[in-house]
Design a binder for this molecule. Sequence first.
Ligand SMILES: Nc1ncnc2c1ncn2[C@@H]1O[C@H](COP(=O)(O)OP(=O)(O)OP(=O)(O)O)[C@@H](O)[C@H]1O
Ligand SMILES: [Mg+2]
Length: 134
Amino acid sequence: MEFIIQNLEELPEVAKEIKKQLVHKIITFEGEMGAGKTTFIKELVKSFGTNDEVSSPTFSIVNEYDTDEGKVFHFDFYRLNHEDEALDFGIEDYIYSNQFCLMEWSNKIANFIPDEHHTISIKNVDGIRYLNFE
Ligand SMILES: Nc1ncnc2c1ncn2[C@@H]1O[C@H](COP(=O)(O)OP(=O)(O)OP(=O)(O)O)[C@@H](O)[C@H]1O
Ligand SMILES: [Mg+2]
């Protein structure tokens, strides 16, 4: 499913539509630096219903939010050097927690991603975002 997003105002509607389509709780996000992964995750978590502030977990690797859909874990693996580091902080416990796991730069931990997951890839072409949901 592809969405074409012209500006930030269009994001909430796309997030709501994707929320309706979710059947898995593991969602990986693909796209270059600055593509809009964190921005979209903010909107998706908002659509789950939350008062928590959603921000990039670049330095902490994982943020946790309380939402009406339960706990949501938001990862950014960009700074991870090796998959072993993910094991050290308990990546498997998160993945099998049956809570939402939203993952930026999950290619760094590719071996831990179960088959049953969604992928959202975002491409920025001259300020227009092409978002693909699988
Ligand atoms: N749909 C959009 N329309 C307009 N601007 C956007 C959109 N999505 C993101 N942006 C802008 O692009 C910039 C980068 O977005 P964001 O931080 O979400 O990227 P990212 O993919 O998470 O990057 P990184 O790989 O560094 O984590 C921000 O300034 C944000 O406001
Ligand atoms: Mg980001």
